[in-house]
Design a protein around this ligand. Structure first.
Ligand code: TGC
Ligand code: FAD
Length: 390
């Protein structure tokens, strides 16, 4: 049974609206009921549990901030963050699926698509009838997506797409992919590629020790004919995919708090119950130091995420502010997972507890959506005005 109790040391709850709390409770209840009982088995088997797609849609995790007229939940950015926090409390892989669907597939179609594209795809993505993936990373271009070689040529009434994307969440089962590719002038555009188009394949990536309950794969394009109406006309250049990353990275800044809260809650409970040398291990200063530092770091991360959410609601959050929160909160979560695992001793390495799964998942979270190093360099560039990437 999932007995999770969310830590809220600074009464951050009081800063939320009634709507925020209702949305968070609905997501929390759903994770307890439908995710926690099945997720360890899915991770052990390295299978994405498709049974949760409907529930993700029901709690508003597919397009939380996309307007209701397109099937989204029409919520604010803090609600979006709270949903991501609760889902990642269950598992980072489940949050990945929601992040990709919302911020990397629905957002670019909503922001840069035509009215026809929005009507055709967004309601089906919001309901989970269509699942999407986002192809930016390539085998030879990860941190440097601007160097991509995937390309499309204008053939009169259609485009022909060639190339390959790697490390793509949801790829093995996606119905559509938002793919970033260069035209003949080398300008980056987004194209909607549909499963079934000839020459489009999505082989799964196996043998992952991280994010095992999320399906990862490649997107391979071998002379794929893409109708011209599938190009996203609203924005081109590297800034178009990077703007989608802003939204997903913001969600991760909240999501990581969920994983950290779960590790802390599990470790605190265990420390109070586990007796060694005739006392609960929570009575020893070394364990208290770990737990006290965890709750301090969680509280700082919660405040950072909430303030960032307020800035996002006002349309004022910058890319660099989002990078700082993603970087800080994921590192916070991975450190807490490692400390919490130690508090559980040998039990910490088993699947009877969620901590080791969170710890392994967070190795992906600290790498994708911009590595820990890249986010540090984004902060460095912002404060000095000098890009140190190249
Ligand atoms: P740079 O020259 O800095 O920028 C190119 C153009 O883009 C503009 N721009 C942005 N526009 C909107 N939003 C942003 N956040 C933007 N950041 C930059 C910029 O102004 C410029 O515009 P213009 O008009 O001057 O051309 O680009 P660069 O090539 O030097 O690269 C900068 C760098 C390294 C920060 C960027 O490439 C980067 O962020 N790299 C990391 C790649 C990354 O995060 N990939 C993620 C792939 S998706 C993923 O991981 C999904 S996991 C999903 C899950 O399961 O949750
Ligand atoms: P590299 O870019 O090769 O980096 C290797 C190391 O070099 C890192 O430590 C990095 O920080 C460092 N480094 C690179 N450049 C610099 C520099 N300029 N200065 C200092 N250090 C540097 N991508 C998508 O497009 N869509 C997805 O859905 C998606 N899902 C993913 C799911 C998973 C499970 C994983 C693991 C990845 C996913 N990615 C996805 C890809 C992810 O975004 C990339 O892995 C990430 O951007 C890093 O690229 P890379 O793996 O090629 O590493």
């Amino acid at each position: 049974q999932d007995t999770f109790q969310a830590p809220d040391y600074y009464n951050i709850n009081d800063l939320l609206t009634e709507e925020h709390k209702l949305i968070r409770e609905a997501a929390r209840d759903w994770v307890k009921r439908d995710v926690s009982p099945i997720i360890e088995d899915a991770a052990q088997k390295a299978e994405f549990p498709k049974s949760i797609i409907r529930g993700l849609s029901d709690i508003g995790a597919f397009g939380p901030y996309i307007p209701e007229e397109y099937g989204g939940a029409g919520l604010d950015q803090i609600s979006y963050g709270l949903i991501m926090q609760e889902i990642e409390r269950g598992d980072s892989g489940v949050r990945s699926t929601a992040s990709v669907q919302s911020s990397l597939v629905m957002f670019p179609i909503y922001a840069y698509g035509t009215e026809e594209q929005k009507k055709k795809y967004l309601p089906k993505l919001a309901s989970g009838e269509f699942m999407g993936s986002f192809g930016l990373t390539e085998p030879n271009h990860g941190s440097n997506p601007g160097g991509m070689t995937t390309n499309f040529k204008d053939k009169g009434d259609h485009y022909v797409l060639n190339g390959a994307k790697m490390w793509i969440s949801n790829a093995p089962f996606c119905d559509i992919a938002v793919v970033w590719a260069k035209n003949e002038e080398g300008r980056i555009h987004g194209l909607i590629v549909e499963r079934g188009m000839e020459g489009f394949t999505t082989p799964e990536t196996h043998n992952k020790w991280s994010l095992r309950a999320s399906a990862t794969g490649e997107l391979i394009f071998d002379d794929v004919k893409v109708p011209k109406e599938n190009l996203l006309p609203g924005k081109s250049g590297l800034g178009a995919p990077l703007s989608c990353l802003d939204s997903a990275r913001y969600g991760i800044a909240w999501g990581a708090i969920g994983a950290a809260m779960d590790c802390y809650d599990t470790a605190l409970r265990y420390a109070k119950e586990r007796i060694q040398f005739d006392k609960p291990i929570a009575a020893y200063q070394l364990q208290q130091k770990k737990l006290a530092e965890m709750i301090t770091e969680i509280t700082k991360a919660q405040l950072m995420a909430l303030r960032l959410g307020q800035l996002k609601n006002e349309g004022k959050a910058t890319t660099a502010q989002i990078s700082m929160a993603k970087r800080n909160n994921v590192e916070m979560a991975i450190n807490i997972a490692r400390e919490a695992r130690q508090i559980l001793g040998g039990m910490g390495i088993t699947g009877d507890y969620s901590i080791m799964r969170h710890m392994m998942n967070l190795e992906s979270v600290i790498t994708y959506e911009g590595t820990h190093d890249i986010h540090l360099l984004i902060t460095g560039m912002d404060i000095t005005g000098i890009p140190a990437f190249k």
